[in-house]
Structures are given as structure tokens and as C-alpha cells.
Ligand binder design. Sequence first.
Ligand code: PMP
Length: 303
Amino acid sequence: MNIKTPYIWKNWKFIKWEDAMDHNLTHSLHYWTWVFEWIRFYPTSAWPKIFRLKEHIERLFYSASILELKIPFSKEEIIQAHINLVAKSWVESWYLRPLIYYWTGKMWMNPEWAKVETVISAWNWGKYLADKAIDVKISKYKRIHPETADMNAKVSGWYYNNVLVSLEVKKENFDEGLLLDTNWFIAEWPGENIFFIKWNKMYTPEVWTILPWITRATIIQVVKEKLNIEVIEEKISPERLEDFDETFFVGTAAEVTLIWSITYNSKKIDFISWNKDSLSNKIKDIYFDIVYWRDEEYIKWLS
Ligand code: PMP
């Protein structure tokens, strides 16, 4: 993956890759005091379209408020900045990463005097996971307890948990890891939410330790409106895995990724998500029709 792109948007200016450097005494580098978003845009029959940009910017501002980062731009300006960056570099880039952080100046833990920086990068990130059904393992690490952090916010500090899981499962040749919460119920995986299917009913972990915002909400709404299927949000214990027929991950980066197997306590449980006429496959097709604007009904989600 080549992430060297010609332009980075920084504080309302386009700067060159070479000029996008920060000091090693940047507050955020030391204390993980930055917030970010993963946003995708897609080539469509017209101009490239950014999927659910407004909702991503809502979350970005919410996350910033948790760290008391005062963004020196309005939500509308940040939305426009993303559109401008796509217009400048869309030929190569299918992925947007806004990042807001405390810059250098003071190194106390309390960051309130540090200057706030706002940057947006765009690069070509194809598929996040392989375009095949994937093998997953339940990690030995548990998802951070919600009393230790605000789990609705996308703050870099929380991601050390995800990095540990990724390191663990890759060593054992799994494609991804799945996290339980500290009460041993299924939470999510390092960057996405999870759904299960049994007899045309859908299930997903309730909101507690998960990051619940964009793709999860999209899927819940769309399966209701298009397939008339209600999603049950509840606690799901790993012992129930064998009851489910299908399962898939959803998220901005991984989109809809079908799961082949989940290994828990050395036992491998297989799913039929990848079967040609599975419900998971149908949902995947619906999702891609929406993001590529082949479905007019959800045009309001494309910028
Ligand atoms: N959980 C975590 C920890 C994530 O980082 C992401 C990706 N932002 C998701 C879930 C899925 O979030 P969304 O679909 O709202 O981007």
C-alpha cells in the first residue's frame, strides 16, 4: 500500500507530503491525545461520493469534545475540507483520515494549553480485509471497560487494545480477532462491529463496550427497510456461536466482510455466510449498491 499522497489538508491549507511533519515533543505522540475518523469515498457514475460524511464529522466532533480539543473550524468547514481534498486527489484515493490533535508547546498531562492541529489525509486503501470469507479467533484480550473510557468516542488512546489483538491473531495466522467484553460477552473486533443470523433473524451485541456509530446503524436501518428484518440488540455469549448460521463484520473500512469461521477456546465453528444465496451475501450486495450509488433510495448518505 502506497500512502504517499501528493496533498495533505492542514489547517485550511493543502501542504505537500514532505511538509507534513511534527515534532517528537508533540503532546499527542506522548499521551495519545488525538481523535480521528476512518471515512471511505467511492467512484460512482458521476463525481466520487463520500459515504455518510456528515455522520463521521458528528462523531469526530463528539470525540474531540471528550478530550476537550477545541477544533478551530466549524462542522460545515470540516465537511467542505473533505470534499475539497477529494476533488484535489480523488484519482488515486479511496480513503480519508481526519486527525485532530494536541501539538507541542507544553508537556504536562493536562493538554489545555497545547495548540490544536487539524489534518486530513487521503490515500488508496483498497480492501481492508481480504475479499473472501475470513477466519477469526476470539482474542485473549478483553475490550476496554466503558467505565475506563468513553467508548462512543474514537480516541487514539483506546486503540492500543485493538493493536494488541491484531498482533496476537496475526501470529497465529488468523485473519482477524474478535473481542469479548470484561463480562465475557461478544463485543466487536478491533475495527468493526459484528452481526449474526439464525432463521432469518439478526442479532448484534448491544451498545456497551462497542463503537456503535455508522455502518452498524446503516445495516440495522437498511435490513429493516429493504428486507423487513428486525435486528435484536442484546448480550451474546460465545457459547451461542454454534447456534448461528451466518455472521459478518461491518465497518467503514471493512464494509461488509463475511466470516467463514470463529475459533473459541481452540474450537473452530464454521458458518455458511459465504453460500451463494446466504442472507449475508444479500446484505453485502445491498450495502455496495448504496455506497456506489447504484441505489437511488439512499443518495442522502452520499456527499
Ligand atoms: N469499532 C471500532 C473499534 C472501530 O474503530 C470502527 C471503525 N471506525 C468500528 C467499530 C466501526 O465503526 P463505523 O462503522 O462507525 O466506522
